[in-house]
Design a protein around this ligand. Structure first.
Ligand SMILES: Cc1ncc(COP(=O)(O)O)c(CN[C@@](C)(CC(=O)O)C(=O)O)c1O
Length: 401
């Protein structure tokens, strides 16, 4: 008998497991609105033109495959911090940013969680309710305690701002507050600039540390700078800030696993020491990160023509999702005779729409209509085409009532 006889079968991942189920489905009407991965109007995966151009350049250069330093490719680390904060940001000018290339957003979050576990053992992280499903797994496995702050208000299908503020105020001083930089996953609801200012006030009052998860910079509004507003506000206010970044969505580098953890510190001396300890945590975890994605980002951002072409492609991707969002809203409003107000769909931003469908209604979407989505009622608009909005609207109305 096997030594591992008692190892149980793990349940499918709530998000990535949806894609597995979609692939197994044979119905030709099937729609994959599960994983947040961009698709073109033809529902095909999209490799950005600038990525192809950068890879061609890289092939011509004939670069080697030597190990990267533990902290990653220097040109990438410089570019990623400047994209996030702006090259002229005071924190960069005064060398107060500790940047370590991570295994995309997930790996960067995990490395930061390992740091928190080791250096802030009595602190906990507050995460939004709801949040990206993998956040809980990451902090659980890193041994970092977490609790939730209210975020989504089902009555208004909007932000429960009062609840959010109250829960953050009630948390023990010095907690880490996990905030989505833009395009909140799964709700698509972001605080307004005024609300961000009030959130910063409460964190300052309580001595909490902001911990941003920036997985969609440039992909939400189409503007890199606009989508970095919240992070830059907190840095401007003088906070020490953790920021995890990902290039999965905005540069389409999903499987290249390219991202970074940035720790903006109050002095360059602290930044150097923090960076050295992040390296010490990374070495036994994966030793050093993969070079390919880092070179693509460095080449795209380092070349003015490629950089501006990238910005145009981000606007195009964000624009297609906005069009699909509008079309879905129009279809729902025209078809639904119940008088339900669907305008919340237009108020949401980014890749996802939080439909408000509950678990059994979401299951009806899949079982009866072959629409694959997460059980929390989230749909990825990136997997929807204008042509399919009519069908999706029928499915949603049927599942709601
Ligand atoms: C808020 C947030 N943070 C981090 C990540 C991590 O992405 P990365 O490791 O590829 O950089 C995701 C991706 N969330 C996706 C798009 C995919 C997933 O679940 O992994 C989602 O469907 O929610 C995310 O939505």
């Amino acid at each position: 008998v096997s030594r591992f006889e008692d190892v149980a079968m793990a349940p499918p991942d709530p998000i990535l497991g949806v894609s597995e189920a979609f692939r197994a489905c044979t119905n030709e009407s099937k729609l994959n609105l599960g994983v947040g991965a961009y698709r073109t109007e033809d529902l095909q995966p999209y490799v950005l033109n600038v990525v192809k151009k950068a890879e061609k350049l890289m092939l011509e250069k004939g670069e080697n495959k030597e190990y990267l330093p533990i902290e990653g490719l220097a040109a990438f680390n410089k570019a990623t911090a400047e994209l996030l904060l702006g090259a002229d940001n005071h924190s960069i000018q005064s060398q107060r940013v500790a940047t370590v290339q991570g295994l995309s957003g997930t790996g960067s979050l995990r490395l930061a969680a390992a740091f928190i576990n080791r250096y802030c053992p009595n602190s906990k992280v507050l995460i939004s309710s709801p949040t990206w499903g993998n956040h809980k797994n990451i902090f659980n496995d890193a041994g970092v305690p977490w609790s939730e702050y209210r975020y989504y208000d089902p009555k208004t299908v909007g932000l429960d701002f009062e609840g959010m503020i109250a829960d953050i105020k009630a948390a023990p001083s010095g907690s880490f507050i996990l905030l989505h930089g833009c395009a909140h996953n799964p709700t698509g609801i972001d605080p307004t600039p005024e609300q961000w200012t009030k959130i910063a006030d409460v964190l300052e009052e309580k001595g909490h540390t902001p911990f941003f998860d920036v997985a969609y910079q440039g992909f939400a509004s189409g503007s890199l700078d606009e989508d970095a507003f919240s992070v830059r506000l907190f840095v401007e206010r003088g906070f020490e800030v953790f920021v995890a970044q990902s290039y999965s969505k905005n540069l389409g580098l999903y499987s290249e696993r390219i991202g970074a953890i940035n720790v903006i510190c109050s002095s360059s001396g602290v930044a150097n020491r923090v960076k050295s300890q992040l390296k010490r945590l990374a070495r036994p975890m994966y030793s050093n990160p993969p070079v390919h994605g880092a070179r693509i980002v460095a080449n795209v951002v380092g070349d003015p023509n490629l950089f501006s072409e990238w910005k145009a492609e981000m606007e195009e991707m964000a624009g297609r999702i906005k069009n699909v969002r509008k079309r879905l809203y129009d279809n729902l409003s025209q078809k639904d005779k119940s008088g339900k107000d669907w305008s919340f769909i237009l108020r949401q931003i980014g890749m996802f729409s939080y439909t408000g469908l509950n678990t059994s209604q979401s299951e009806n979407m899949t079982n009866k209509w072959h629409v694959y989505m997460t059980k929390d009622g989230r749909i990825s608009l990136a997997g929807l085409s204008l042509a399919k909005c009519d069908y999706l609207a029928d499915a949603i109305i049927d599942s709601y009532h």
